[in-house]
Design a protein around this ligand. Structure first.
Ligand code: AMP
Ligand code: MG
Length: 274
């Protein structure tokens, strides 16, 4: 099977509404198991090594990867996998939790804009401005007249990013409610995982359907040609990591990053044949 076929089924067409209830979180997109997934990871890591260097030496554009998903869907795990594959000088991570008081004194995109990747860098957002139409909507933290216009505000914000040199790609890690329960139990049980446990996650879990509807609305309203969404099945960690790495590699390949010209101003004889 040609490898590029893996991610093809995951991209949500611009303006289309995904049907999360009919999308299997256990799907592996044809990956037969951990060994094959490890091959994909190795191949993507090798490409990423080269692509990140081209991005850094071009020093003109950047890439933003937004990671969203329910609690325990694997955002941290994906972040760790990407850290393992990329140079920490080039991959910059930001995580967004409950907004602080100063953050709440600004519009919701303010804290996001401050963490955008600079030229020549890849930014990884562990949660993002999408929380402002997900948890904020489902928990009713602001009235509908405030969150409803945010879909358009987000789409215009991301459109501007694309126009000014930041490629945006958005990934929803799609975990099943059963698998989430397993993982939350594990977090509550294992002393070394307990730092990640929050009783609040159980409360959010009770509103699963409302969250899925909010995700579907967000993906439909903000998926564009320039800033597409991918829904990645996330019940199997090995498939999830391989798929996200493949998406990232594919997006960087699509940027057609040029090979840097030789540096100027070198003394004669510094390079062979000069
Ligand atoms: P974690 O990612 O597990 O560290 O948790 C971060 C928490 O912050 C999650 O429960 C998010 O839903 C919450 N959060 C993130 N952004 C916002 C926001 N804009 N408003 C309210 N809660 C948020
Ligand atoms: Mg959490």
């Amino acid at each position: 099977m040609p490898r590029h076929a893996l991610r093809d089924g995951l991209r949500v067409e611009a303006g289309k509404r995904p049907h999360l209830g009919r999308t299997d979180p256990r799907d592996t997109l044809g990956l037969s198991g951990k060994d094959e997934a490890a091959d994909v990871v190795a191949r993507c890591s090798e490409r990423l090594e080269a692509l990140q260097s081209l991005l850094a030496s071009e020093d003109r554009r950047s890439l933003l990867l937004v990671l969203q998903g329910m609690d325990a869907s694997g955002k941290d795990g994906v972040a760790r996998a990407l850290c393992g594959a990329m140079n920490p000088m080039i991959l910059r991570m930001a995580a967004f939790g409950v907004p602080t008081k100063p953050e709440l004194r600004h519009d919701f995109l303010w804290r996001i804009a401050r963490e955008l990747p600079e030229r020549g860098r890849v930014g990884l957002f562990n949660r993002s401005h999408y929380e402002d139409v997900l948890v904020v909507r489902v928990d009713g933290l602001v009235p509908e007249e405030t969150w409803r216009p945010r879909y358009g505000q987000i789409a215009r914000f991301e459109e501007r990013l694309a126009e000014t040199g930041t490629t945006v790609v958005k990934v929803m890690l799609h975990i099943s409610r059963d698998e989430q329960l397993e993982r939350l139990r594990e977090r509550a049980q294992d002393p070394l995982k307990r730092w990640k446990f929050s009783a609040d996650d159980l409360r959010k879990r009770d509103r699963w359907d409302a969250y899925m509807a909010a995700y579907e609305d967000a993906i439909e309203a903000t998926g564009t040609e320039d800033a597409p969404w991918y829904v990645v099945p996330a019940d199997r960690k090995w498939a999830r990591n391989a798929l996200v790495l493949e998406i990232l590699t594919h997006v960087l390949e699509g940027m057609d990053l040029p090979e840097p010209p030789p540096p100027e101003g070198l003394p004669p004889g510094f390079l062979p044949g000069t």
